[in-house]
Design a protein around this ligand. Sequence first.
Ligand SMILES: Nc1ncnc2c1ncn2[C@@H]1O[C@H](COP(=O)(O)OP(=O)(O)OP(=O)(O)O)[C@@H](O)[C@H]1O
Length: 289
Amino acid sequence: MIEFRDFSLTYPTGSRPALQKIDFIVPRGQICAVVGADGAGKSTLAGVISGVVPHMTGGETTGWARIGSRMLAETPASELVGEVALVMQNPFNQLSGARFSLREEIAFGLENLGVDRAEMVRRVEQVMADLRLTALADLSPYEMSGGQQQLLAIGSALVMRPAVMVLDEPTSQLDAVGAGVVFDALETLRTQGVTVILFEHRMERPARCVDRVLVLDEGRIAADGQPDDVLTDPRLADWGVAPLRYTTAARQAVERGLWEADRPLPVTLEAAAEGFDAALKGARTAGGL
Ligand SMILES: Nc1ncnc2c1ncn2[C@@H]1O[C@H](COP(=O)(O)OP(=O)(O)OP(=O)(O)O)[C@@H](O)[C@H]1O
């Protein structure tokens, strides 16, 4: 479980707190997305959860934050290894540089922990299968595309079986197929009880697999709730978050009287397709088409 209570953080050079009186609890196994405009505090929050901020950046904190029984302000990243895994946007920077194949790269962290060889092979093969990387097992990480490298970075984190995974825009360099594989892998993480904090810019794809969405606005939590509610909130644009294309299209249909009055605005492609299908049938029945 991750818990933040009345938590604020001000960087040494900051004129205002980058995080201001943050309060939330993410229970074990929940997949929570965090969205917000540039400068809203997302990277800072990711850094606090993964033990990087304020330990490596400096900064004053008030209130408290914890992962399980570990108080984050007192626990640097080095002590969170194995418990919290951070996957960043640029996969190239996450390669160890010390291993020659994808399979060895994924095994690297387990080798350092001295995990038994048979167990290591089992876990590495499983992760490669989950991320559909098995066919690339013998390729050099440096011969892979950015998207493949990102899947590798996720695999290297996943294999450590962390309690918490912090994913900072993990699909920003992936094509639609690669992004689909990552979000499918999140479903696997959920069933394994891993808590996931996902920082994403575009929510169209992840909306269907996250349990909750937090909106950060100028360091404060502006909204916190289920994707269906938060992602259709009319204030989303005021918080600097682009509304989903499905929601925007449905909102225009509402304005034209096409969208069924009691049907919620959609946040997934499936819900949008159902809604437009119903609107079309309604229009046909009314003799409009
Ligand atoms: N190391 C730092 N030292 C001083 N100020 C910082 C530092 N990192 C971030 N800030 C400031 O803290 C605030 C929050 O920044 P943060 O990077 O957390 O936002 P963000 O939502 O991740 O934005 P982006 O999407 O642009 O990365 C901003 O005003 C930023 O300028």
